[in-house]
Design a protein around this ligand. Structure first.
Ligand SMILES: Nc1nc2c(ncn2[C@@H]2O[C@H](COP(=O)(O)OP(=O)(O)OP(=O)(O)O)[C@@H](O)[C@H]2O)c(=O)[nH]1
Ligand SMILES: [Mg+2]
Ligand SMILES: [Zn+2]
Length: 360
């Protein structure tokens, strides 16, 4: 079977996929993996180079559930054209695992998070983001799909060792069998330990709230910053780099990693974890803003910005609050906001292709 090249194996196509896939499909098509999804267009890879792809009409119109459409990490059978400059996806190959969640809308449908993940890293940072109930939800979702979970606690540089121990023990008291590793992108603690967990041909994904350091970890693990990141602006959270698209990345050492945006992955986290309670002083400040629809960025009479100026509210805490809110509202983006993101996708494709060239 000449189609199963070393490149495809390196991208994770192991014996399981080979024996579970109709051999006719492998004979008649090219096998490729989904790197990025955007509505009905895709970037796929055969292990060298990335190719823009679309679904064959038959596949698009016969899929009566989102579960039948390819997601990041999926293997597909495709037809490549014009020197591999674009491709048409004809079939979705069997999945080893699937991470999904129920959508919040009226219809019982699923939002696919990623497919064919071997190990999921759930990341929480050791500051305000740390939350046992949210952690539990992630673990439930991951355990439902026979994926191995590993909990990574980021920003260990911000907390004393006894405080970190305390948090780890609180996790182990609830979930004694889960592996928990504290680490820091800032001082490098346990980065090598995480690197050593990544095995060639295995697929990993990074899950967790916005701002916990998923993309920074990916960059730490890769050793050089291949993903575009913008420096954080002190005054507001506007200059923050934030991941907007799930993306599969092949690591030089052989592992495969999926970075994802920190979004509301699991139910209504805002309500159920009590953002308002956690940040009650910010909520009561926001009630004192001059305008009821104040965005707390640069409006006159903004009680939050005034408190930051006076030094009674720390920028850091306000940014944590914004990150939590973003997480809970990502899925409630209006149609207009989603269209704005579409425009960014063109730029995103270019950056993906550029990254791949630099790291073939
Ligand atoms: N102190 C400290 N800051 C960190 C650490 N890791 C990341 N950060 C900072 O946290 C901020 C957010 O990091 P990102 O890697 O963009 O977070 P993310 O999880 O990818 O966020 P989204 O893409 O929005 O989901 C950045 O300002 C990082 O510099 C860490 O270990 N310690
Ligand atoms: Mg990110
Ligand atoms: Zn305000």
């Amino acid at each position: 079977m000449k189609e199963i090249t070393k490149n495809i194996r390196n991208l994770g196509f192991d014996n399981w996929f080979q024996s579970n896939t109709d051999s006719q499909l492998i004979e008649n098509h090219r096998i490729a993996r989904v790197i990025t999804v955007h509505k009905n267009s895709y970037i796929i890879s055969k292990g060298i180079g990335d190719v823009f792809a679309e679904l064959a009409g038959k596949m698009l119109y016969s899929a009566d559930s989102s579960v039948l459409l390819p997601t990041v990490g999926d293997w597909v059978a495709a037809e490549f054209f014009d020197d591999d400059s674009h491709a048409i996806i004809h079939n979705l190959l069997p999945r080893k695992t699937l991470l999904k969640r129920k959508t919040s809308g009226k219809n019982v449908d699923f939002q696919l998070i990623a497919a064919n993940i071997d190990t999921a890293f759930i990341i929480q940072s050791l500051d305000e983001n740390f939350n046992l109930r949210r952690l539990e939800r992630y673990l439930v979702m991951i355990n439902e799909s026979s994926i191995t979970p590993i909990v990574l606690l980021s920003k260990a540089d911000l907390l004393s060792t006894p405080k970190i121990e305390e948090k780890i023990n609180s996790i182990l008291a609830l979930m004694p069998e889960v592996k928990v590793i504290p680490f820091s992108n800032d001082n490098g603690v346990n980065i090598d330990k995480i690197k050593n967990l990544l095995l060639p041909g295995k697929t990993y994904c990074l899950l967790g709230s916005s701002g916990v350091g998923k993309t920074t970890l990916l960059n730490s693990v890769m050793g050089n910053s291949l993903l575009v990141t913008n420096p954080v602006r002190e005054k507001d959270s506007k200059g923050r780099h934030t991941t907007t698209t799930r993306q599969l990345i092949q690591l030089k050492e052989g592992g495969i990693m999926i970075d994802s945006p920190g979004m509301r992955e699991l139910g209504n986290i805002a309500v159920e974890t009590g953002i308002d309670e956690t940040f009650s002083e910010i909520i009561s400040l926001s009630n004192q803003c001059k305008f009821s629809d104040c965005t707390h960025v640069n409006e006159t009479g903004c009680a939050i910005q005034n408190a930051i100026k006076k030094g009674t509210l720390s920028t850091n805490r306000f940014q944590n609050y914004l990150a939590m809110n973003k997480e809970s509202s990502f899925n409630e983006m209006s149609y207009y906001e989603k269209r704005q993101k579409d425009k960014q996708f063109g730029k995103h494709i270019k950056s993906v292709l550029k990254n791949k060239k630099r790291n073939p």
